[in-house]
Structure formats: structure tokens, C-alpha cells
Design a protein around this ligand. Structure first.
Ligand SMILES: [Zn+2]
Length: 194
């Protein structure tokens, strides 16, 4: 089994900055809730964003994950729907404006390979949730992998300082295991880097 605390790869620095479109739709409930569960970055997103953090929901639905935002407990920028949901195969949901720092990593968390061990990763990052129970019963679909890779390609074209793609488990190994040992990180890395 793969070890999610090892999940990381870096993006090539020599990108041409070409804008890549993203098949996304705004999730109205999440978008409305984001004002109560996201912070200012303290710098323009084009400067600030250096990291993308990959999460899994440990739940079965987009609605379940969005309810956490409605309760003001956590937030993320996109959610990749699960196989049983109508958006699956169509589009990802945008859940929080990219200019805001979503609340998806604990403030004290850091890793020496990520922005030289910086804390407050939320200010420096974008967060993606993938709907998955994380118990091995619902394998990640090919579309989920491709859609998640598509978000990263989109962001890489938009944010020149974006350089790290990392699991939540790597940043918070004592408390988090997502996206889990069943997430095919090697295949995913290949999809992103082509
Ligand atoms: Zn997470």
C-alpha cells in the first residue's frame, strides 16, 4: 500500500503561462458559505499561491463535505464529485474564491519540503477535496483523477509561483491520512505531468 504521508511532487518551473480552461461550476451553497470560513491571503493570489493540497472527504457526498463549510468549520476551493453524483463526469464544483485562503490545513502544520517549512499553509495554497469514503469500498474513478489533474493544470497556468502538489497527510501526518492509501498517487502524478 502507498503511504499518503509520502505523497508529493513538484511542478516544473519552466511553464509558458498559457491559460488552461477548467470544467467547473460554482456550488452556490458552498460559495455563499465561504465568506464565513475563509480568510484574506495577505498578498495577491498570483504571488501567494505556491501549493496545492489534495484531500479526500472520508464521506460519500459533495453535500456532506459542503455542510462543513456551512457550519463554518473548514473550507476548500474545489470538490471533485463522487461516482454516484450527477456532476460526476461533467464538472468539478468551485466552492471558495481562489483569492481567499480556505481553511483546509491546520495553521501549525508544515513540512521541510514545502515552502521551506512554512506554517499557515492555507495562505499559500489551494485545497481540493475528492469525494471518497476512504475505506477502500469506492475506488477513485478515472474521471476523478483526470478532473483533479485538470484543476492542477489550470492552476499551474494561472499561478506562476505554484510549485508543490502534496497530500494533506504529508502536512499533518499525526492527524490526517487523506487522500488515503488507495489513492493512486503515481498514476495521478503521471496524469498531471503528462
Ligand atoms: Zn484533508
Amino acid at each position: 500500500m502507498a503511504d499518503p504521508t509520502e505523497f508529493q511532487f513538484d511542478l516544473p518551473p519552466d511553464r509558458n503561462g498559457a491559460r488552461i480552461p477548467l470544467a467547473e461550476d460554482i456550488h452556490r451553497t458552498a460559495w455563499a458559505a465561504a465568506g464565513g470560513c475563509a480568510s484574506l491571503r495577505g498578498a495577491p493570489p498570483e504571488e501567494a499561491i505556491r501549493v496545492i493540497v489534495i484531500h479526500a472527504t472520508a464521506g460519500a457526498s459533495t453535500a456532506g463535505a459542503v455542510s462543513v463549510m456551512e457550519e463554518g468549520r473548514a473550507s476548500f476551493h474545489w470538490i471533485v464529485p463522487g461516482k454516484d453524483e450527477t456532476a460526476h463526469g461533467e464538472h468539478v464544483w468551485a466552492t471558495c474564491p481562489e483569492r481567499l485562503a480556505a481553511w483546509h490545513v491546520r495553521k501549525s502544520c508544515a513540512h521541510p519540503d514545502i515552502c521551506a517549512g512554512a506554517t499557515n499553509i492555507n495562505r499559500l495554497s489551494l485545497g481540493i477535496e475528492i469525494v471518497n469514503r476512504q475505506n477502500g469500498e469506492d475506488p477513485f474513478s478515472n474521471w476523478q483523477l483526470e478532473a483533479t489533474a485538470g484543476i492542477i493544470r489550470y492552476a499551474a497556468g494561472k499561478y506562476p509561483n505554484l510549485s508543490h502538489v502534496v497530500s494533506h497527510a504529508r502536512l499533518d501526518p499525526s492527524r490526517r491520512t487523506d487522500p488515503g492509501e488507495n489513492f493512486p498517487w503515481t498514476e495521478f502524478k503521471r496524469l498531471v505531468l503528462g
